[in-house]
Design a protein around this ligand. Sequence first.
Ligand SMILES: [Zn+2]
Length: 497
Amino acid sequence: MSQDNKKEFQLELAKYLSEKDFIYGPEPELYGPIAGFYTYGLVGKAMKNKLEEVIRESFTSNNFFEIEYPLISPQVVWEASGHLKGFNDPIVNCSKCKATFRADKLIEETTGISADSFKDEELINTIKEHEILCPNCKGRFNLEIQRQSLMMKTTIGKDTIAYNRPETATTTYLPFKHYVNFFRGKLPFTVFQIGKAFRNEISPRQHLLRQREFTQAEAQIFISAEQKNNFEEFSKNQNEILPLWTEALQKSKSKPINLTLKEALEKKVLKNQAYAWAILLAYNTFKSMGIPKEKMRLRQHHSDEKAFYADDAWDLEIELNSFGWTECCGIHDRTTYDLEQHSKYSKQDLSVRLENGEKVTPHVIEIAFGVDRPFYALLDIAFFRRENDSQRTVLSLPPKIAPIQVGVLPLMKKDNLPKKAEEVKKELKNYRIYYDESGSIGKRYSRLDAIGVPFCITIDHDTLKDNTVTIRERDSLKQTRVPIKELNEKIGDLLKE
Ligand SMILES: [Zn+2]
């Protein structure tokens, strides 16, 4: 899509998501909005819960244990993690209207050059070379980069300076000693967290993709250096295939290459077994959320964009209709950096004794993503593919993450049909139901099609005679007659498909 068409699609999608109760905002709508804050609405929150269930299931079925750490921590934690010093955005000011812009995004939007990893000097030079002017007033920029901290500051009690966490990951490392105890000191062990994080962005745009308050899901593998290349899960999965877009392929403008985990290690595309498995787990988690395979690729970080302590770093990207290829998950081999930092600042021993008696600081391999991005991606993809004639707009969301699974619709509001519908509702108590008894049946179907409800149950006069109902499938419009008593099982089967 062209840049203009993308913009148009973004606006259309945002409007749709608000009208259909997926996403309200920016908030507070009622008093005048501030960019970067959104509400998951009556339909959207139900879908987000489903999505988090899928993520949780993906991690716990692979033996990860979940924790929930406080959102707010005192200053010292963020000094140790490096966020206070290093977590900031480069900004430039317009010399005429004094407006402030994020320099890398400004360059990206006006020239298409990806400036994420640019040093201050490169940012300035690019602005000069391309003669980039203020989008507001066409004035010139002050040729000086300032650094805006992304940390959201707060106060605990009377005067203890603290910060809302900018990521869940740091707070997952902190109870490390408890994990050692729980897992009997035996590496590797695995922990994850799903929860809110905050970034004080200068001017967030891109809807749910860039918020000031968002939900992260981050999983950590604590592992010894030796175990990274002697990893059981790798052996079991070494023939699984990943679409890998290496640095070399990116530079030669070639497409990603499909390699098995085994081949990727042999060709030295990936550095170690545990890391290769972490990438596979991330990829499979996104697949199980319902993101189509052909919309995903794994992009290797360029050597100059990796953090100094990172041994290997790749992003999982999803192709969005509204924003093109978009980073949706990072997989990083962070080595011993984090535990060593927290050990140094807390003056506590964060090492583990191996079976051979040797004391080591575990390495951390991390899968990090926001829940909001795959949420947005699923709706972006479904909305683009929607069937749209004058009769019905259909959002074909994958049934297992659909916000509402079943519509229950008595054909008419009389002849005891609503009463019979009570029986149906009881039978379907395991599912999220939307009950609607008024208006034409066609209109009721289309309302539910438009928010992606995969199945509707209709109760009609035959139901009163033989206790059967009709299941209508959203995408195929197929109608099947089923006894009420078998509904629970039948819907369960259909949701698994
Ligand atoms: Zn200006």
